[in-house]
Design a protein around this ligand. Structure first.
Ligand code: SAM
Ligand code: SF4
Length: 362
């Protein structure tokens, strides 16, 4: 029977999570060299971007992400460092060049600095970034940057301390400001700030967030809330569409100027006239950007998730634990990626119910 552990579900007692650097990670069991064979899906999209969830656990409980009384997977169900690095190498051997670490909250994974170092040193990996709530970044930004992390996206849904606490269920917004400063000092730039816009929670706060770009060279990204398992009804009934978000920002700042869009980044960039930074809109629900999607995800329990909003997954961890060879893992990943679905069917009312957002990694 699957065992579940519950972590800190009481808002009054924020979790204390130790960040302990463990020993140096080695890849002794992996082949030293391999031919890189780029992978494509059946629509011809080149798959070169892997988002890895380091853990499904988190030190916050954002209302749009997970239920308050969330349970997390026991450690033995999660990839070990060695397993994770093996799958990174498999990905790199299939043309993965970009990796984003996410979660759950990636910074609470023990040994995260060493893990970053080992991923950054993997031949073929050229770009390594992280999406984080920033709570532990004050201490970690420097070591992570030194270990090879290039950039961070930091989540901040409001500038109002009380609303921040309400959305995250116990977070202190001061931690996020300290995180932004630490990330800048460590050179983890350009800084991108993620804001999920939730009706009745922070939809009025878009203006203050957008205003940050006037004098800061940051990208503030407004994200349409997506439905997953766990808090689906809340997510569906409080979504604010890209069209509405943009209209609300333009009502205050005037028409937004287009900034070159590469059709690869999910965020469409714009600029308020004269601003230093940019605004981005991620319209996954109402205007998906599937044509340029070269992303697949690796969940913390070792499943290759082919589309964020579809249930399709390929189990890589079980074969790895059962002794699959590097070549066999390559075949599993390559064949899985080939079957990446074109996109989601949210418009026809279908959504992926098999996981809560934190169990996939955004
Ligand atoms: N804990 C980290 C954080 O919050 O940045 C990383 C994991 S979180 C799941 C990754 C991103 O997904 C965050 O920017 C978060 O705001 C976003 N997110 C979470 N739930 C979402 C939802 N239902 N719809 C859209 N974005 C969501
Ligand atoms: Fe944690 Fe990030 Fe989900 Fe918030 S969005 S609960 S910080 S994983």
């Amino acid at each position: 029977m699957t065992q579940r552990i519950t972590l800190h579900t009481t808002p009054e007692t924020p979790p204390h999570i130790e960040v302990t650097p463990l020993g140096k990670i080695t890849h002794a069991s992996l082949p030293a060299g391999y031919p890189i064979e780029p992978m494509h899906d059946s629509y011809g999209r080149r798959i070169n971007y892997l988002r890895i969830s380091l853990t499904d656990a988190c030190n916050l409980r954002c209302v749009y992400c997970m239920p308050e009384h969330m349970t997390f997977r026991p450690r033995h169900e999660l990839m070990t460092d060695e397993e994770l690095l093996t799958l990174v190498r498999v990905g790199a051997s299939l043309g993965v060049t970009k990796i984003r670490l996410t979660g759950g909250e990636p910074t609470i994974r023990p040994n995260v600095v060493e893990l970053v170092r080992a991923i950054a040193e993997t031949p073929g990996i050229k770009d390594l970034a992280m999406t984080t709530n920033g709570l532990l970044l004050d201490k970690l930004a420097g070591p992570l940057a030194q270990a090879g992390l290039r950039r961070v996206n930091i989540s901040i849904d409001t500038l109002d301390a009380e609303k921040f606490r309400r959305i995250t269920r116990w977070g202190d917004i001061g931690d996020v400001w300290r995180a932004i400063r630490a990330a800048e000092e460590a050179g983890l730039t350009p800084i991108k700030l993620n804001s999920v816009v939730v009706r009745h929670f922070n939809d009025d706060d878009m203006i203050d967030l957008a205003r940050l770009t006037l004098e800061n060279d940051w990208e503030v990204r407004f994200i349409e809330m997506m439905p997953f398992g766990g808090v689906t009804e809340f997510q569906q009934s409080n979504v604010v569409t890209y069209q509405e978000m943009r209209a609300r920002v333009e009502a205050v700042f005037g028409p937004l100027e287009e900034v070159g869009y590469d059709y690869v980044d999910p965020s469409r960039p714009f600029r308020i006239h004269g601003a230093l930074g940019t605004l981005g809109f991620i319209s996954s629900v109402t205007e998906p950007f599937c044509q340029g999607c070269g992303r697949v995800r690796l969940t913390a329990d070792g499943k290759l998730r082919l589309c964020l909003l579809r249930e399709d997954e390929v189990d890589l961890l079980t074969p790895l634990r059962n002794g699959a060879t590097f070549e066999e893992l390559r075949t599993l990943m390559r064949d899985g990626a080939f079957h990446k679905p074109w996109g989601h069917s949210l418009s026809s009312g279908e959504f992926a119910e098999n996981r809560v957002m934190n169990q996939i990694g955004g």
